[in-house]
Design a protein around this ligand. Structure first.
Ligand SMILES: [Zn+2]
Length: 488
């Protein structure tokens, strides 16, 4: 009997502790002193962005297929629209069409900062041109949105940086730290062997430059509304990005005529291999920053909900398990495996001599290309398989969240909107920022545009567009960012 009473007593005590803990489990008081207002010219920004979208700076794996004239047009547009930038900053063309601008700081002892952007965009998928409300390269401004390829990824960001520097120069602002504007030309080429951003980073490295911080695309500001439980804005700051790997896995067999087939053709044998690969997923573990993200959101929930969220530490294994069952959530906590392409014989009546699948992996920081190959070998029972590495890149390093630059980013957000939750997160795709690891430890991927998820999903897709309502705040953000970040 006493065992029962002890258990009941313990449960009661836990409940009591939880109730009290939930009451006090609230967000750390963010710095909320409002920032001085900034003058911005949204009309000009709208026009410049529309015109930039009209220039088809489409990158291609095969550089012979790139229309370099379009990049020259974009460079000309920059020169015309941003005369002060071109008067006061040193401009260098790097690699094929990348640009490096240097805005010399007044204090050479301080480490410089860099604002990144890419000039290229992805093409419109063939056959989907007619699905667009407005043609992808018309840069239509209908008063509510600016439509077109690059409106979100990332001519919006690139032009905003240039507008902000132009306005700061017009106001006579001088940075203490040197400010670099680094605009690559081929970010959209996944795992390219050489890249514009890489060439810029190499140039800086050769000059002995070490950067205080880098800001690039990656995160956004999302509305977090869950009934009466949560009503905040979430600024996701990418502190790391996943790795990328394509492997081809093949099995060989005797060929021959399909009229006299064996029990299993190479394709049949390969089916087993695919099954093994899919069955043995990488183990999921919740990284600290994902847990921190949940804690930050949890602390901002209203009281009754906090009774649950304040016990996240207890629920961690359960949450991790549930997350593995939801693909978008699972991608945050494990290296993903996707079998994407398959190949057999060249004709329907020919037995394949070789059959292969291509598997795409997105690695968590800490999992290397080598680990992936080893994982394939261990997962597949058939030891006759051939594994071929096609292309890839390692996951990035993880940038600190206690650095001067992260804290400035955080205070910039909370001083603009005190309800904003600034949370580090993991970027799924690749960014140019990855190339700057050798010259910088504090790399943050963040675009200061308030966006709903539905719009974010138009990136690389049909009807990519940016709401005009968020453009003024983005300009203010970059002006403040340069003011605060370039000071000592
Ligand atoms: Zn991009």
């Amino acid at each position: 009997m006493w065992v029962l009473w002890t258990i009941l007593g313990l449960i009661g005590a836990l409940l009591l502790v939880t109730l009290v803990r939930a009451a006090f489990w609230t967000p750390e008081r963010a710095e909320s002193e409002p920032l001085p207002d900034e003058t911005v010219d949204v009309e000009k920004y709208r026009k410049d962005l529309s015109d930039a979208i009209r220039i088809k700076t489409i990158s291609n794996v095969d550089t012979d297929k790139v229309d370099w004239g379009e990049f020259q047009k974009l460079h000309k547009l920059f020169e015309e629209r941003f005369p002060l930038v071109h008067k006061h900053l040193k401009r260098e063309e790097i690699s094929l069409a990348s640009l490096l601008y240097t805005w010399e700081g007044t204090n050479p002892d301080l480490e410089p900062i860099a604002l990144l952007g890419h000039q290229d965009v992805v093409p419109v998928a063939e056959g989907t041109e007619q699905d667009w409300t407005h043609p992808a390269f018309d840069g239509v401004d209908d008063g509510e949105f600016i439509w077109g390829r690059g409106a979100l990824d990332m001519k919006n960001h690139l032009i905003a940086v240039l507008e902000s520097v132009e306005t700061l120069l017009a106001e006579g602002f001088q940075p203490e730290r040197t400010v670099y504007l680094c605009f690559g030309h081929d970010e959209e080429i996944v795992a390219a062997k050489t890249s514009g951003a890489g060439a810029i980073a190499d140039t800086l490295k050769a000059r002995g430059v070490h950067l205080d911080s880098v800001i690039d695309e990656g995160g956004a500001i999302l509305d977090l509304k869950v009934g009466s439980i949560l009503n905040n804005r979430l600024a996701g700051v990418g502190i790391a990005e996943k790795g990328y790997a394509d492997y081809r896995v093949s099995v060989s067999a005797k060929g021959g005529h399909s009229s006299q087939p064996p029990a299993h053709t190479a394709v049949g044998t390969l089916a087993e291999v695919v099954r093994d690969i899919e069955k043995h997923q990488f183990r999921a573990t919740m990284p600290d920053f994902v847990y921190d993200l949940f804690c930050k959101i949890g602390k901002n929930c209203s009281y009754p909900a906090r009774i649950v969220t304040c016990n996240l530490w207890l629920l961690k294994p359960l949450i991790t398990f549930v997350m593995t069952k939801i693909p978008p959530a699972a991608s945050l906590i494990h290296t993903t495996t996707a079998v994407t392409m398959a190949n057999g014989s060249p004709a329907a009546n020919v037995l394949p001599q070789k059959a292969s699948v291509t598997v795409n992996f997105r690695m968590m920081p800490g999992t290397t290309l080598k680990d992936v190959e080893q994982h394939i070998r261990q997962s597949v029972r058939n030891k006759e398989i051939e594994i071929e590495y096609l292309k890839g890149k390692e996951a990035s390093k993880v940038s600190p969240t206690d650095s001067r630059s992260f804290k400035i980013l955080e205070s910039l957000c909370t001083r603009t909107d005190s309800s904003m939750i600034v949370a580090p997160y993991l970027v799924m795709g690749g960014t140019d920022a990855y190339h700057y690891e050798e010259v910088c430890d504090c790399i943050y991927r963040f675009a200061p545009f308030v966006m709903d998820t539905k719009l974010l999903l138009t990136t690389h897709g049909t009807d990519e567009r940016i709401p005009i309502a968020c453009m003024g705040d983005a300009l203010k953000f970059f002006k403040r960012y340069i003011r605060m970040m370039s000071a000592e």
